[in-house]
Design a protein around this ligand. Structure first.
Ligand code: HEC
Ligand code: HEC
Length: 286
C-alpha cells in the first residue's frame, strides 16, 4: 500500500509511489504557471468564439467578429480601385492637352505611362525611349512624324505602315533596285546627303542635282525632312539606319521601312493618352 509521507529535506509530501526505495515528491506547479495556463484556456475559448477557428464539413466556423484576411484584402483592393478609377475616369474625360496642364493628373499620367511604356514599347524603343537601330529615339528632339502632343498621340494610336486604315503610310522609292538611278548617281546623292548632314551642303555638285530631282520632294531642299511623310531630316547627325556612306547608299538602293503596330487595337484610350503624355515629356516633346 502506498503511504503519503512528509519528506524531511524539502518539507513536501510524497506521492506515495515508491520504486526500490526511491520515493517521488509531489511538488505542486508554481502558482504563476497555473494562472497563465488557465488564462490561456480562457483566451483560447474566447478566440474560438470571436474569430474563425474550427474547420467544418463545408467551410469553417466564422467567429462572432466575422473577420477574414481575404475580406480585409478585398476591402483594401476596393479602396485602391476606387481611388484609381477616380484618376482614370478623369484621364478618360480629358484630352491630352488638359492632362498636361493639370499638375496632379500629369503626375498620375506620367507614372501610368511609364509602366505601360516599359511593358509595350521598351522592347523596340528601349527603356526611357533611347531608341535603337531602326527604332527611333523618343527622348530626343528629332521626329519622323512630329513631336507635338497631338502628333505623338496620333502615331501611337494608329501606328506606322500597318494594316490599320488610319496608319501613317509612306514609302521611299527603291532608286537602285528599281533602276531609277544608276550606281554612280546613287553614290553622288549619298555624298550630297553626307554634306547636308555635316551642315556644309556641296552646292553645285552632281549630287545636288540628283538630290534636288529625286529626294527633295520628301526630304526637303535643305534636308530638313517632311513630317507628313515620315521622311527623316538628313541635315543632322541623327540616323535611323546609321550614317556611313555605305548605309546611305544601301538605303537609296533598297530602302528599309520601319513599321509600328496601331496601339488602339491593343490598348485602351486612357493608356494611350498616358503614353502620349509620357513620350511627350521624355525630353524631346515639342
Ligand atoms: C515592334 C516595334 C515597336 C513597338 C513595340 C513600338 N514601336 Fe513605336 N515605332 C517603331 C518604329 C519602327 C517606328 C518608326 C517608324 C518609321 O520608321 O516611321 C516607331 C515610331 C514611333 C513614334 C514616332 C516617332 C517619331 O519620330 O515620329 C512614336 C511616338 C512611337 N513609336 C511610340 C511608341 C509607343 C508609345 C509604343 C508603345 C505603346 C511603341 N512606339 C511601340 C516600332 C515600335
Ligand atoms: C517618297 C518620299 C521619299 C523620297 C522621294 C526619298 N525618300 Fe529617303 N526616306 C523616306 C522615308 C519615309 C524614310 C524613312 C524610312 C523609315 O522611317 O523607315 C527615308 C529614309 C531615308 C534615309 C535614312 C535616314 C536615316 O535617318 O537613317 C536616307 C539616307 C534617305 N532617305 C535618303 C534619300 C535620298 C538620297 C533620296 C533621293 C535619292 C530619298 N531619300 C528619296 C522617304 C523618301
Amino acid at each position: 500500500m502506498a503511504t503519503i509521507e512528509k519528506d524531511s529535506v524539502s518539507g513536501q509530501n510524497t506521492t506515495g509511489h515508491e520504486w526500490d526505495g526511491i520515493k517521488e515528491l509531489n511538488t505542486p506547479l508554481p502558482k504563476w504557471w497555473v494562472y497563465v495556463f488557465w488564462a490561456s484556456v480562457v483566451w483560447a475559448i474566447g478566440y474560438w468564439v470571436m474569430m474563425p477557428a474550427w474547420p467544418t464539413l463545408n467551410g469553417y466556423t466564422k467567429g462572432y467578429l466575422g473577420y477574414s484576411s481575404r475580406g480585409e484584402l478585398e476591402k483594401d483592393l476596393a479602396e485602391q480601385k476606387k481611388s484609381r478609377s477616380a484618376w482614370l475616369s478623369k484621364i478618360e474625360a480629358s484630352d491630352v492637352g488638359a492632362i498636361e496642364k493639370d499638375k496632379d493628373l500629369l503626375r498620375y499620367a506620367m507614372a501610368g505611362g511609364k509602366i505601360a511604356f516599359n511593358e509595350n514599347c521598351a522592347p523596340c524603343h528601349g527603356v526611357g525611349g533611347v531608341g535603337a537601330y531602326g527604332y527611333p529615339a523618343l527622348a530626343d528632339d528629332e521626329w519622323l512624324w512630329g513631336g507635338a502632343l497631338a502628333e505623338i498621340e496620333q502615331t501611337i494610336k494608329f501606328g506606322v505602315r500597318n494594316t490599320n486604315s488610319s496608319s501613317r503610310q509612306s514609302e521611299m522609292p527603291k532608286f537602285g533596285a528599281d533602276g531609277i538611278l544608276k550606281d554612280d548617281q546613287i553614290g553622288q546623292a549619298a555624298d550630297y546627303v553626307l554634306s547636308l548632314a555635316s551642315k556644309a551642303p556641296a552646292k553645285g555638285s552632281a549630287g545636288e542635282t540628283v538630290y534636288t530631282e529625286n529626294c527633295a520632294a520628301c526630304h526637303a531642299e535643305d534636308g530638313s525632312g517632311n513630317k507628313d511623310l515620315g521622311a527623316p531630316a538628313l541635315n543632322n547627325q541623327i540616323w535611323l539606319y546609321k550614317g556611313t556612306k555605305k548605309d546611305i547608299v544601301d538605303q537609296i538602293t533598297k530602302p528599309k521601312h520601319g513599321a509600328m503596330p496601331a496601339w488602339t487595337e491593343r490598348l485602351d484610350a486612357s493608356t494611350i493618352k498616358m503614353l502620349a503624355v509620357y513620350v511627350h515629356n521624355l525630353g524631346g516633346g515639342k
